[in-house]
Write a protein that binds this ligand. Structure first.
Ligand code: GAR
Length: 208
């Protein structure tokens, strides 16, 4: 059985979606822990109520990124994860941390990468007049919001969309593709080679 550790900073709705799909679909996996860099992260309560171990590594207690990353990795490794899933984890991770989890570190980002890395993606999508928006699950590499793309959801931008409406539709799509990508990772279906990911069974990695 694979051990999954999920990192959150706030609401944790993607974490919830993974926890729920894992239980509902009976994956050969368990959520070993939910770890946050913020003591008040809303998602911690959801996890604790379901008997999932929780931990907080408060980034404010560390002098620099590397010291924070080292302690975070020490705590995470206590749960011996096969997969580490960043789910709304809003801290930049240092290279040492990323390399330590190379090949078993996934993230979800609310844009069609490589477009719109960073923050306020929906606002920037609207300001650019994009007709298509979406979300991306990718393997994490040291460069922020980059790394081999696992799966994308694409959806139209409506003429009357505001940031909140677009964010809500993208989030709903995130809740579909992230659990699916994690499930496929757990099942050994994701083949990562030369920076490209394919599904071994030929399943589509695009949701439209
Ligand atoms: C999600 O939209 C996720 O894609 C985004 O933060 C939100 C977290 O929501 N992540 C990033 O922007 C990472 N660069 P959640 O806490 O409810 O899952």
């Amino acid at each position: 059985m694979k051990a999954i550790v999920i990192l959150i900073s706030g609401r944790g709705s993607n974490m919830e979606a993974i926890v729920q799909r894992c239980a509902a679909e009976g994956w050969d996996a368990r959520i070993a822990a939910v770890v946050s860099d913020r003591p008040g992260a809303q998602g911690l309560q959801f996890a604790a109520e379901r008997g999932i171990a929780t931990a907080v590594v408060d980034h404010r207690a560390f002098a620099d990124r590397a010291a924070f990353g080292a302690e975070l990795a020490r705590v995470i490794d206590g749960y011996a994860p096969d997969l580490l899933a960043l789910a709304g984890f809003m801290r930049i991770l240092d290279n040492g941390f990323v390399q330590h989890y190379a090949g078993r570190l996934l993230n979800i980002h609310p844009s069609l990468l490589p477009a719109f890395t960073g923050l306020q993606t929906h606002r920037r999508v609207l300001a650019a007049g994009c007709k298509l928006a979406g979300a991306t699950v990718h393997f994490v590499t040291p460069e922020l919001d980059h790394g081999p793309i696992v799966m994308q959801a694409a959806l139209p931008v409506h003429a009357d969309d505001d940031e909140a409406a677009l964010a809500a539709r993208v989030l709903a799509a995130e809740h579909v593709i992230y659990p699916l990508a994690v499930r496929w990772f757990v099942e050994g279906q994701l083949d990562l080679q030369g920076g490209l990911v394919r599904h071994r069974g030929g399943a589509s990695l695009l949701l439209m």
